[in-house]
Design a protein around this ligand. Structure first.
Ligand SMILES: C[S@@+](CC[C@H](N)C(=O)[O-])C[C@H]1O[C@@H](n2cnc3c(N)ncnc32)[C@H](O)[C@@H]1O
Length: 177
């Protein structure tokens, strides 16, 4: 989401691909809850599969769908133990709401890559301050360069946000490089 380097316009379906280091940065924070070669992670907005490949390289089982292949995640009804994605910016709130609904019956976990100030809006309070499952915010200390050949500097900071239906207590703030 929000993957606009300076000088770039938005692209169709918000199809920005996540560099591998960004996905790798998440892994230490979910390892206790997502077991390699055991828990199945679903990537519901997989695009060309960059995030899927990075997760598989870390040893996880991953299933993947995308609207470009005819699978609208917002119509999905299957329950998942783990959902991880970089959602389309224009539908990020509803993506999170739907991912929380699909993981709740199985006590699952959701991780979404979002702008670092995404949790600041009062209209999203139900996903953060008022959401008992919100468990971690992991701020990335490096800015994401969405286009390798881009000459502009990245405009935004990003963070991983994690919701865990088994979480108890307040969320924790962490940092990752
Ligand atoms: C920001 S890209 C992320 C791609 C991939 N997750 C990654 O991180 O490299 C967002 C993706 O969401 C997909 N998308 C947009 N709306 C969708 C929907 N309703 N259901 C499923 N995928 C959708 C787009 O086709 C695009 O591939």
């Amino acid at each position: 989401m929000s993957q606009r380097d300076s000088g770039y316009e938005r692209i169709g379906f918000d199809a920005y691909e996540t560099p591998e280091w960004v996905t790798s940065a998440l892994v230490p924070f979910v390892r206790g809850r997502i077991i390699p070669r055991q828990t199945i992670i679903h990537e519901p907005a997989a695009g060309s599969g960059r995030m899927v490949a990075a997760l598989r390289r870390c040893g996880f089982f991953v299933t993947a769908t995308d609207i470009m292949n005819g699978d609208d995640f917002l119509l999905a009804t299957e329950n998942y133990p783990a959902i991880i994605t970089n959602p389309p910016y224009s539908h990020a709130t509803v993506f999170i709401e739907h991912a929380l609904a699909l993981t709740k019956p199985v006590g699952g976990i959701v991780a979404m890559l979002l702008r670092a100030d995404f949790d600041s809006a009062q209209t999203r309070n139900h996903l953060f301050n008022d959401c008992p499952a919100f468990s971690q915010k992991i701020v990335l200390l490096r800015r994401i360069k969405w286009f390798e050949k881009s000459e502009g500097q990245p405009s935004f900071n990003h963070a991983w946000y994690i919701w865990d239906h088994e979480h108890k207590g307040p969320p924790t703030l962490r940092y990752a490089k």
